[in-house]
Design a protein. Sequence first.
Length: 483
Amino acid sequence: MGFESLLPSHEPPSCWTVAFLLNTMRKIARPPTSDRIKTLNIHRRSTTHETNRSTAVERALLVCVHWRRDGWDPASSLAELAQLAETAGLQVVGAVTQHLPHPHPRHYVGPGKLAEIAALRRELDFSVLLADDELSPAQLRHLEDALQVKVLDRTALILDIFARRAQTREGRLQVELAQLEYRLPRLTRMWTHLSRQAVGGVGLRGPGETQLEIDRRRARERIAWIRRQLEDVRRHRERYRQRRRQERLPVVSLVGYTNAGKSTLLNALTGASVLAEDKLFATLDPTTRRLALPDGQIALLTDTVGFIHKLPTSLVAAFRATLEEILDAHLLLHVVDVTHPKAAEQAATVRRVLRELGADGYPTITVLNKIDLLTPDVDPEQLAQELGLPPNALLVSAVTGQGLDALRQRIAATLREITTPVSVRLRIPYRETNLLALIEERGTIAERRYSANDIIVDARVPVALLPRLDRYVVPRLRTHETP
């Protein structure tokens, strides 16, 4: 039975049992991609059992307007939203979907669907409406007025989960920045006293500031302060990366969709004991461990925050200091949960975020994880082709250790190849002279000449550095030097 069969039709809404809905959501969240996948125990523990923040669990109705053409169908997108809701401690009681060319500018859904949701409120007694897209302040306001319930969108939900997961001061600052920037244009719905003016004193009476203006000013001041703090964090991380470069140790970064098994793979490859749980966004803060390779090389393996479908742009901006760890890598390990029914779409989401970060051209090894859940007769090349992934992708199990030796061999061979020096001529603008220090740290400068607008540099740099420098390369024949 598909997810759509659980969604209300155009007929008058009828009630369905919560248990049946959630069980079906969980089956859709991770069904077998084919009969080659073993039966899985896909039950997820609700976050409400992990926290004791409140004894009363809020009941949520999910709503999705299908208008994007990104490979994600409404059923899969709602199944992921249901997982996010459970992670945040909400009890999902139903779901509604609608196909539109674009979301309705006033209510996100059309007027008829809005009336249907209002009828479902009386039937299902939900207190939270959870939208699968980011809502505009106007959509948020009109939905709350029409339904008289709390309205959250996907962005607010992800930010709430990040706030729960953040452990370090850096992580908490980054989450708070994203939350403030998200909430600032939506402050009008968060207070009931906004029309009141701030109290003045003798000689200070007059129009004064409304409470809304005060709240906005304080939010902007807090945002400015957090940005200064994060800039200090970024400079500290850059000093750390400079010391790391002086050691000439290659850096390998784990990237992938949330819950693809990156932290488990880090532990399996390095013997570390980083927190690894079967939940969304279990890891927020970057973790680096030394990785010993078969040829005697020592590399640094870094685990970063996982990506997700419709990742809020405010989070990408707020986590810049953390995500810059990816840009410093020589090699990326793109970890894919091969058992997920939307593995191809998840991989495409990761590639899109890497492109936004400027890391799409980096040398990459695709790792198909969780093969312990596959039957032995799986053809790796055929499976990679079906998922639209590179044919040389490696199949591993971070849990059982299967395929890890081959992965170590591939990492060692790739690092040897990409650290081979290449001769290039670069035309670097004066505003980008910081690249000269990077070239000297990772390679050597043979000659530099100064012109009116830029610096012409002849240098030898490792292949891994070329994605950072390609826009400045003067076209000519590149030659590999003998080691």
